[in-house]
Design a protein around this ligand. Structure first.
Ligand code: NAI
Ligand code: MG
Length: 500
């Protein structure tokens, strides 16, 4: 395949797609033991364009054994921190050098616009690996003065170490396949862990290509293993495997709870980055054009398939009609098309399943009395498109207001005062993110502590930063990825007490 939807593919992308795809276990490229495969579908037209191995429990078991061997013996545990840093920097360089290929693979596999994939998915991944590389040499403990009772005639000395947690299982969603893998891989490898990576069945390609780069960078065999497969087989086997020491999951709250329960059975350390229903709160001092552009970016970025998507828009009543009108005009004007086409502004959703799920929500909104000010329908043809949608005439108890839709659908409602908006913003089981739009410093600062969310943006939305802890309050998850806190997820503290 050299050409797709009328767009010429980069030769490296075409070459990768032409190869038979196997998965990476213990430094070898292998088929699934049972010999089964899964289709990889182009969501822009619903066509299967390649297949990947359907790994199952037995494949996960092989991968865990390989990762355990790599963690316990060979070159990896002996490697100096500065050499772990060097390898990560090498990996970042390789990813940067192959950025266009990765962006195209992500655009074809997920459907997202290729330019976004290049600068967001691939660009942020490169930056994040470089940021995390520096932490490899900066993992520290503390020394303590002890006050031991009874043994008064001896001196004591205490210190703490941070050691790699061990073998890590990473289960990745399909909305940012490469970036979410990197968010787990980079801190895990910086800390000296080894990993089994299970990409989402809908988007396995960049994880497999990443496996090639990890080998090219010179990592010892078994440090990264990539097992493609379904969630309820490969994913469930990984979460429940007694040989892993930490599981890192990003995906739905429903599956996150299953993964958390399976992990608890073995006391496997567990971090969960789950769903959201994040509010966008526009106060009355904001220019409606600024608010509308911000709200559009908050919900339509990545076709709304973003855990932090600004899916509930609350505008002060005095500005509501103007903001909704301008937001609807932006929505109606977005160019819909295949992700691989550089002129596309809104691509297809990841799959038919996701398209149907989103349209079921939109239809439930209509049934409960909502009206579409823009969009509100699927795209024509076999692709998994949903038109950018703005729902109005909604109330707080509707399913479209309460549940995560995970598509380009925003519900817009007016509000009157600050206490009311804080209460309504928090009236959700989720707590991942929120944005406040205002230049009134005093009101913004009064609102920030009231919002129960892991990230609060002011006059922006969906800004993801390497150095900032990222994660959820309430049912949006447990733990913080990115920033310094990511390292805590991949290290285990050890207290040492010495009698001198
Ligand atoms: P999902 O939560 O089922 O999939 C995420 C990952 O979990 C995939 O790798 C999948 O293979 C794996 N998985 C599925 N079942 C598993 C199990 N029993 N044990 C272990 N791993 C398992 O998400 P899905 O079904 O693709 O999407 C459903 C909804 O989840 C979306 O509509 C959206 O609301 C939400 N979602 C949220 C994401 C986020 O970034 N917070 C990402 C993806 C989905
Ligand atoms: Mg699922």
């Amino acid at each position: 395949m050299n050409n797709l939807h009328g767009i010429e593919l980069h030769p490296a992308t075409a070459a990768f797609l032409a190869k038979p795809r196997t998965m990476l276990i213990g430094g070898e490229w292998v088929d699934a033991l049972a010999g089964q495969t899964l289709p990889v579908v182009d969501p822009a037209d619903g066509e299967t364009f390649c297949r990947v191995p359907a790994g199952e429990a037995a494949d996960i078991d092989r991968a865990v054994q390989a990762a355990s061997r790599a963690f316990e013996s060979g070159d990896w545990p002996k490697m100096r921190p500065v050499d772990r840093e060097r390898l990560l920097l090498k990996l970042a360089d390789l990813l940067e050098a192959n950025a266009q290929e990765f962006a195209e693979l992500e655009a074809i596999d997920n459907g997202k616009p290729v330019t976004m994939a290049r600068y967001v998915d691939v660009g942020l991944s490169v930056d994040f690996i470089r940021y995390m590389a520096g932490w490899a040499t900066k993992i520290e403990g503390s020394t303590m003065e002890l006050s031991v009772p009874l043994v008064r005639d001896r001196e004591f000395f205490g210190f703490t170490r941070r050691e790699p947690v061990g073998v890590v299982g990473a289960i990745i969603p399909w909305n940012f396949p490469l970036l979410m893998a990197i968010w787990k891989l980079a801190p895990a490898l910086a800390a000296g862990c080894t990993m089994i990576l299970k990409p989402a069945e809908d988007t396995p390609l960049t994880a497999l290509r990443l496996g090639e780069l990890v080998q090219e960078a010179g990592y010892p065999a078994g440090v990264l293993n990539v097992v493609t497969g379904l969630g309820h087989t490969a994913g469930a086997a990984l979460a429940a495997h007694p040989g892993i020491h930490k599981i890192a999951f990003t995906g739905s709250t429903e599956i996150g709870k299953l993964v958390g329960k399976a992990a608890m059975e073995n006391m496997t350390r567990c971090s969960l980055e789950l769903g959201g229903k994040s509010p966008v709160i526009v106060l009355d001092d904001v220019d409606p054009a600024v608010a509308a552009a911000g709200a559009a970016q908050a919900i339509f970025f990545n076709q709304g398939q973003v855990c932090t998507a600004g899916s509930r828009l609350y505008v002060h009543r005095s500005r509501f009609d103007e903001v909704v009108e301008q937001l609807s005009a932006i929505a109606a004007g977005m160019k819909m098309g295949p992700g691989i086409d550089p002129s596309t502004q809104i691509g297809p959703l990841v799959s038919k399943v996701q398209q149907n799920r989103v349209m079921d929500y939109v239809n439930s909104g209509y049934a409960e009395g909502a009206r579409a000010a823009a969009g509100g329908a699927a795209g024509d043809g076999p692709g998994c498109f949903v038109r950018p949608t703005v729902l109005v005439d909604v109330h707080d108890n509707m399913r479209v207001v309460r549940e995560e839709i995970f598509g380009p659908v925003v519900v817009a409602q007016p509000f009157d005062d600050l206490d009311e908006i804080a209460r309504r913003a928090n009236d959700t089981p989720f707590g991942l993110a929120a944005s406040i739009w205002s230049n009134d410093l005093s009101r913004v600062h009064r609102l920030i502590p009231k919002i129960k969310a892991g990230t609060v943006w002011v006059n922006c939305h969906n800004i993801i930063e390497n150095v900032m802890p990222f994660g959820g309050f309430k049912q949006s998850g447990i733990g913080r990825e990115a920033g310094r806190s990511a390292l805590e997820l991949y290290t285990e503290p050890k207290s040492v007490i010495m009698m001198l």
